[in-house]
Structures are given as structure tokens and as C-alpha cells.
Design a protein around this ligand. Sequence first.
Ligand SMILES: [Zn+2]
Length: 262
Amino acid sequence: MTAREKLKGLCLLLAAVLLLCAGCAQPAPGNGAEPAATEARAPQNEVMPEETEPAPEPTPELTEAPDYAPQVVSSFMNYWSVGDYANMVSLCSVTWTGKKDREQAVSAMTELLEDRMPVSFEVTKVDGTNADLRRDARVTAQISKSGGPVQKYQFKLKVVWENNFWYIDPSGLRSYAGTPTPTARVIEVTQPPTPAPIDDPNTLLYYNPDGGKRYHLDPYCRTANERNLPFKGSFTFAELNNAEYADLIPCQICGAPRRPKK
Ligand SMILES: [Zn+2]
């Protein structure tokens, strides 16, 4: 038995040696052949870069002109929400301003608005298209008169095409100037203001130091581009009137508190 086992062991050893020799012998011709193969491929590789740089195809441009009307309405409402009547007037159509000079127009606007100010607003729809000359913008706004209780209004603002741009005819704002009457377009009167007035000097406000125009109450305000969130800059309500924040306007959407009068 032991002799047979020894013989078996020798046979296995012999087989292993033979396999090893065969393994050593085979790579030799293989190694010799490989450089030839890479040499053959080399010219192809040199051509590759040219092929991988196709001329960039110009992206087809939209032929339709962008509709700026909703933006003009938003700007108008934004200026109103900070009491900037001069800039409101600059967005008004000559149909309304007529022969008034700037100063007269501002006082006409002041008269028209009767110390009403939107606390928040939403331009829900601008009827019509760029092809029209007169359009109606539908606006929903929470409006307070002389800092009093806030009421919700839905009204239309006329948007007119003049001198190649959209302008506002604010005369429709008269419909709810003064005490709400049956003719006023008051759809719904809400409970006292939803965002409670903030007077805690430690309330944190947020803004985007890289060119943001508004300050916010919500560090993740949905009006901002996601890549700017959360806002990098913040300061307290007490610091709001510091010179470096003087140009920021309150965000209507997240209910940032109004700038306190100095
Ligand atoms: Zn906001």
C-alpha cells in the first residue's frame, strides 16, 4: 500500500513539473507577439482624439419671445409692498400717467392707494399672450390700510403694451380704495394677519450675500434657487436697518417682517 502511494505521489509530482514547464514555455511566444499587436494599434490611437471631438452642435434657440408681463406685474406689486411709489409710477402706462409729470404721477398714485399696502401677494394669472395689446393680470393680495388689519383681495390689474414693453394701468386699484363696498372686488375677508407681527429684535432673518435682493424669515424659502439654500447670510431683526442690509426688501412669500421705520 505504501509503495503504491509513493508511486502515486511521484506521478503527481511529475505531472505538476510537466505542467509547470508547459506553462513557462507558452508565454514566451506570447510575449514576443504582443509588442507587434500594440504597434499595430498605435496608429489608430493617434487618430482617436480627432474623432472624439465633434464640432458642438448649436442648440436650437427658441423663436418665441419671453413673456415679461407677469414679471412686470410682480415688480409693480413688489414696489407697492415697500411703498416705493416712484418706481411703481415708472412701470405705469402713459394711458394712466397722461400728461402728469413724475411728481404729479407719484402723488396721483399716493392718492389712488390711500395708504394701503400689500403684506403679501400672488400674481395668479396674466390672461392673454404676448400677441395682445391689453391684458388682465389677476392678483390675490393681503392688504393692510394704514398698518391696520389685513384683508384678502382679488383684483385685476390692466397690463398694456406700449413702446415695446408691458406697462401697468393702475386705475383698477381704485375699485377697492377706501372702505370695501359692494362694488369692490372683495372675494374673501380673512381673519387677522396670518404672519404675526414680529418685533422680537433677536428674530433671525436670512439673505443670499451673493446678490440676493430680499431678506427672508424662512432659511429655506421656496422663492430662492435651491443652490442658494439654506441662505448663507443672516442677521437679526435688530440689525435690519444697518447700512449693509438697507437695500434688501422683505420677502412676501415666507412672511419676512416689514422693515421698521427708523
Ligand atoms: Zn422668503
